[in-house]
Design a protein around this ligand. Structure first.
Ligand code: FMN
Length: 147
């Protein structure tokens, strides 16, 4: 059975909500799914996954969340060949137009070094997910499963 694993970081709840939507959508498509907060994800967390997902906000003008920094540093060292990955970001394009969802883009680049296959372009969400974003997230999940 296909296993999707999601690591998320969230300070004020927006990205946590996004990660819950992702979890629901994998489940709705009969994919087994495990979702953990960054602090609970060891560097080898994705070892047994078929689909690897990061959901992250961006902080401090383009910076990663503090609790994802170690995971980010270790990610390019992992061999994730044969797996599919995707990244979702939450950010604020009005307040931080030059750094919108930069942490998500950084993770996308780090995943590219692991040998995993990119299942979808980075999805960038304005703060918390609205109905339109839910549609995008549904497409994202479907693309990862189909890849
Ligand atoms: C101090 C601070 C810095 C931020 N810097 C950025 C940034 O550089 N780029 C961006 O897209 N969003 C930035 N944001 C916006 C957050 O990423 C956005 O509100 C996000 O939805 C927070 O996610 P969370 O609710 O999961 O913590 C910043 C927010 C704060 C409070």
């Amino acid at each position: 059975m296909t296993l999707a694993k999601i690591v998320y970081a969230s300070m004020t709840g927006n990205t946590e909500g996004i990660s819950e939507i992702l979890e629901d959508q994998f489940s709705n498509l009969d994919i087994e799914v495990e979702r953990v907060e960054a602090d609970d994800a060891d560097e080898d967390f994705f070892d047994d996954a078929d689909i690897c997902v990061i959901a992250t906000y961006t902080y401090d003008e383009g910076e990663l969340p503090f609790d994802l920094e170690d995971f980010y540093d270790e990610l390019p060292e992992q061999d994730l060949s044969g797996k599919v990955y995707g990244v979702v970001g939450s950010g604020d394009s009005e307040l931080y137009p030059d750094f919108f969802c930069d942490a998500a883009v950084d993770f996308d680049k780090a995943f590219a070094e692991t040998g995993a296959t990119k299942g979808h372009e980075v999805v960038k969400i304005e703060n918390d997910a609205d109905d339109e974003d839910e549609v995008l997230l549904k497409e994202f999940v479907k693309a990862l499963i189909d890849a």
